[in-house]
Write a protein that binds this ligand. Structure first.
Ligand SMILES: NC(=O)c1ccc[n+]([C@@H]2O[C@H](COP(=O)([O-])OP(=O)(O)OC[C@H]3O[C@@H](n4cnc5c(N)ncnc54)[C@H](OP(=O)(O)O)[C@@H]3O)[C@@H](O)[C@H]2O)c1
Length: 307
């Protein structure tokens, strides 16, 4: 099968298209999926660059790709929820930049009707991460206020939509065209972070979800009410600042599974969640696609498709 892999950490030129044997069902709960589209995520680039070596070393050669959408072509003996021919989303963790990939059935969900394969491949990491931050760890409730830092990004956009659907008052930061996009997701207020200082214009927030990290994170402590919560999916927040502002802060590693996608997929079915695909590349263009994501300023998800 066709796949994109690398043998060493480095820039996007380490990615090469190869012909390797297709995987097969190894366990009773495995589903083998013919990949039609795969999501490109920032973590794919962080792993490729070697930034994750300490926490997530990979065995070379390595095929990237944490999420795919495609068609079931084989199932293990114990799989009862899926059959050959089903269109599915597979949350694979790795190996999705390829024509075929396997996943345990607890990481597979039926592709929602009406979504293209590209759209279906765009929602798993976004929804699972938003669910983990807002509801599993953040315990966001109806009537509470939430600030989403990066509200037009792939994960941030999902957070805005899911927080809004839960009845929260949603404020998002974005820039340029992303301001209108975050508004279209239902944000009650959008702050253009390139024009305004978020710490000066909002205060007394219950929950802050940081999807941008960097130096901008330090300001986010100032917008919380005492006892409020700051959760980042990018870098662990400063405990010193948390103590200074009398708030709680932490890093969230997302829990992405069929179970944690349930809420977002239900919202999608009733029209309260829409996937946003920013740009589609062919599998062969994986290096260009990753560089496109690295360049930033993207509103939505970057996708690889396989004919
Ligand atoms: N911990 C986990 O389990 C987990 C799971 C998924 C993702 N992540 C991480 O989360 C991050 C976001 O992922 P993603 O796929 O959503 O990426 P993305 O689509 O590139 O979104 C990043 C967002 O951050 C915004 N941003 C950048 N600098 C900013 C600043 N100074 N102030 C406010 N907003 C700023 C960008 O807005 P502009 O485009 O307007 O600059 C963009 O909306 C990545 O680092 C990824 O690795 C972690």
């Amino acid at each position: 099968m066709k796949a994109i892999q690398y043998n060493d950490y480095g820039n996007s030129d380490v990615l090469e298209q190869v012909d390797v044997p297709a995987p097969s069902v190894q366990n009773g709960n495995d589903v083998l999926v013919q990949v039609k589209a795969a999501g490109v995520n920032p973590i794919d680039i962080k792993i490729r660059m070697g930034f994750m070596k300490a926490v997530r070393p990979v065995e070379m050669p390595f095929i990237p790709g944490g999420e795919a959408a495609g068609i079931v072509v084989a199932i293990g003996d114990d799989v009862s929820a899926f059959k050959v021919g089903d269109e599915v989303i597979a949350l694979t963790g790795t190996n999705a930049y390829a024509e075929y990939v396997t996943a345990n059935e607890s990481f597979v969900v039926p592709k929602p009707k009406g979504l293209s394969f590209a759209e279906a491949a765009s929602i798993g990491v976004n929804i699972g991460t938003a669910q983990s931050v807002l509801f599993i760890t953040g315990k966001l409730e109806k009537g509470q206020s939430v600030l989403i830092q990066g509200g037009s990004g792939a994960v941030g956009g999902a957070m805005v939509q899911m927080a809004k659907a839960a009845g929260a008052y949603v404020i998002a930061t974005a820039s340029g065209k992303g301001v209108a996009l975050a508004k279209s997701f239902g944000a009650d207020e959008v702050i253009d972070y390139k024009l305004q200082d978020v710490a000066r214009v909002i205060k007394d927030i219950d929950l802050v979800a940081d999807t941008a990290g960097g130096e901008a994170q330090a300001k986010l402590f100032q917008v919380l009410k005492p006892g409020g919560v700051l959760l980042s999916i990018v870098i662990p927040p400063s405990q010193e600042l948390a103590d200074q502002y009398k708030v709680n802060a932490g890093f969230v590693a997302s829990n992405i599974s069929a179970q944690t996608l349930q809420n977002g997929i239900e919202l999608l079915k009733i029209g309260k969640f829409k996937p946003v695909v920013s740009k589609i590349f062919k599998l062969e263009e994986a290096a260009v696609a990753q560089d496109f994501l690295t360049a930033g300023g993207i509103n939505g998800k970057v996708i690889l498709t396989i004919d």
